[in-house]
Design a protein around this ligand. Structure first.
Ligand SMILES: C/C(NCc1cnc(C)nc1N)=C(/S)[C@H](O)COP(=O)(O)OP(=O)(O)O
Ligand SMILES: [Mg+2]
Length: 562
């Protein structure tokens, strides 16, 4: 049959590496969904709602590098904007695709369903511009190739989401076939002169310094520069500290790893190394209020920063220098200086003694962490949702090959359920585990039903401390209370007549041991283990961090007139 706009989009999505696309159908996108379904390399994955659809695509992009979320106009897209915002904040190329009104309607001043009730349908496109690196609305079939390619290229190069709006009567309209996909995907390589100049500047910055430290941030993973980072780190030989959002992007069993730098809640005395350094090479770092513990944990020396496509020094900036090319180039030039590593070997704290709870002991946060630690292998991908799970997760030691996913910039509670689902579809070879609080789980619980439907064996550790404990530590109030659910019962309800979710309850250490054993053996679907702990059983790190964040939130407005 004829080749259409929908076929063009389908072919391009497959060519850039997408194998699953996440959808919620609606009458503005049904023809488009038919075209995507018709492509042999694309598997349509239905989601329970568009928030979860966009968050599943966000998680898929963490595993696959690029993802697609297809929704209907307005009622669908406005929910999908939240997962799109996460992709923007977390530097992930999520392609948000929305159906839209028939191209004849604007000129006829028609009032259409799902819209705001007036004949101006441009509001969605205008909003999408704010949360993507490139937003396009296809006006005619003939414009589709140029606009689709532009949006895809912008997204892939900048690691940011893009937006493609396709009117319901254009998805099936005749369109030319795509040209070579390299026109969309080929990267922009570093400018040779800028690369050389930046390397020279790096040598000058490091020259004469006695105590260099490398600080790794989350953009290393997004730039795909983990390998080059190890190369560079081993060439210089110094201490390597990680920001919390970068956990898992440098091996924790590496002898140069000195812990997670997170101010007062750092691990392994990483903060003592960062504050001792006289030169700091920041690679892919993001200093926001949460990662700097309310602005109390900032390096206090001039920095050299290697970002995804530029490098800066005190007094110098070099554009169009790609992180992976710069790091591998620098590895051949840098002078070896292991002074901070030698010092660290004297400072490194002994591993803490971990108490093993007795079988019938009531479950505690520490015992859960101890048992999760034992669960981690080279095949594990651990998702930690916003809450005390952040702090419990950050304290865990990742074995070689283990992966760690956290959403510290956007911080949307409940993100990990759909995100882990999307991720696990792309990585059936890995053991995906989620640590999530009761409050977070209540936001996106529906997506466990998709794990049942697609038989995805994810282990969900639901830490039930009866409410929003992070918020309690930042600033308490009655609003931090929530209605308790029977979480184990809930996920079994998703089975109905055909499903294999297991819902288990662990009140004691022994019950958790048994539940984890069951989860490890259960491959036919998700296993949720509700771990009940005392409401006040939260990490010391959370309390410390919460006080500083609350103080940062409470800063008075400047030049108060009164
Ligand atoms: C309500 C909120 N944050 C505010 C918030 C509200 N809405 C969205 C979408 N995202 C957010 N982070 C947060 S961190 C809760 O303490 C999470 O509770 P829970 O999942 O139960 O974890 P803890 O008990 O460990 O805190
Ligand atoms: Mg809670």
């Amino acid at each position: 049959g004829k080749f259409t706009v929908g076929d063009y989009l389908a072919q391009r999505l497959a060519e850039v590496g997408i194998r699953h696309h996440f959808v919620v159908p609606g009458d503005y996108n049904l023809i488009l969904l038919d075209k995507l379904q018709a492509h042999p390399d694309l598997k349509e994955v239905g989601c329970a709602n568009e928030l979860n659809c966009s968050l599943a695509a966000e998680g898929y992009a963490r595993a696959n590098g690029v993802s697609a979320c297809v929704v209907t106009y307005s009622v669908g897209a406005l929910s999908a904007f939240n997962g799109t915002g996460s992709a923007y904040a977390e530097n992930l190329p999520l392609i948000l695709i929305s159906g839209s009104p028939n191209t004849n309607d604007p000129g006829q001043y028609h009032i259409l369903h799902h819209t705001l009730g007036h004949p101006d349908y441009t509001y969605q496109y205008e909003m999408a511009k704010k949360i993507t690196c490139c937003a396009v609305a296809i006006p005619r079939a003939i414009d589709a190739p140029r606009l689709i390619d532009r949006a895809l290229r912008a997204s892939i190069l900048s690691r940011k989401p893009c937006y493609i709006e396709i009117p319901t009567n254009l998805a099936g309209a005749t369109c030319v076939r795509p040209g070579p996909v390299s026109a969309v995907t080929d990267p922009v390589t570093s400018d040779k002169n800028a690369l050389e100049a930046a390397a020279t500047c790096a040598s000058e910055y490091l020259d004469g310094k006695l105590k260099p430290v490398i600080l790794v941030g989350p953009k290393v993973g997004r730039a795909g520069a983990e390998k080059e980072l190890i190369q560079f780190a081993e060439a210089i030989g110094c201490a390597v500290a990680l920001q919390p959002a970068a956990k898992g992007m440098f091996p924790e069993d590496h002898e140069q790893f000195v812990g997670i730098f997170w101010g007062q809640v750092s691990t392994d005395a990483a903060d003592s190394m960062v504050h001792w350094a006289d030169a700091m090479i920041c690679v892919g770092t993001v200093f926001n209020d949460y990662s700097t513990v309310g602005w109390t944990a900032l390096p206090d020396i001039p920095l050299m920063t290697v970002d995804m496509d530029h490098v800066t020094f005190p007094g110098a900036h070099f554009s169009r220098v790609r992180m992976c090319e710069f790091l591998s180039h620098l590895a051949t030039q840098v002078t070896f200086n292991e002074s901070t590593l030698i010092e660290y070997k004297r400072l490194k704290p002994d591993p803490p003694h971990v108490h093993t709870a007795a079988h019938d002991d009531a479950l505690t946060r520490k015992e859960i962490s101890r048992q999760v630690q034992e669960l981690l292998t080279d095949k594990t991908s651990l998702f930690v949702d916003t809450g005390d799970s952040w702090f419990n997760g950050i304290q865990l030691k990742l074995p070689p090959g283990a992966k760690f996913e956290i959403e510290m910039q956007w911080g949307h509670i409940g993100w990990s359920i759909p995100a882990a689902f999307g991720y696990a579809l792309r990585h059936p070879d890995r053991h995906t585990i989620v640590m999530i609080g009761d409050g977070s789980f209540q936001v996106t619980a529906q997506e466990v039903s998709q794990m049942v439907r697609y038989k995805v064996p994810i282990t969900i550790l639901l830490i039930n401390n009866r409410g929003y404990t992070i918020e309690v530590e930042i600033h308490d109030g009655s609003y931090n209370k929530i209605k308790n659910w029977d979480y184990a019962m809930l996920v079994q309800a998703f089975n109905s007549t055909d499903g294999h979710a297991k819902g288990l309850l662990a009140n004691t250490a022994g019950e958790l041991v048994d539940a984890i054993k069951t989860a490890r053996e259960h491959k036919e679907g998700p296993t949720l283990i509700e771990c009940t702990i005392d409401q006040d059983d939260c990490s010391r790190e959370l309390i410390t961090w919460g006080h500083y964040v609350a103080a940062a939130n409470a800063r008075p407005p400047r030049n108060m007139s009164v």
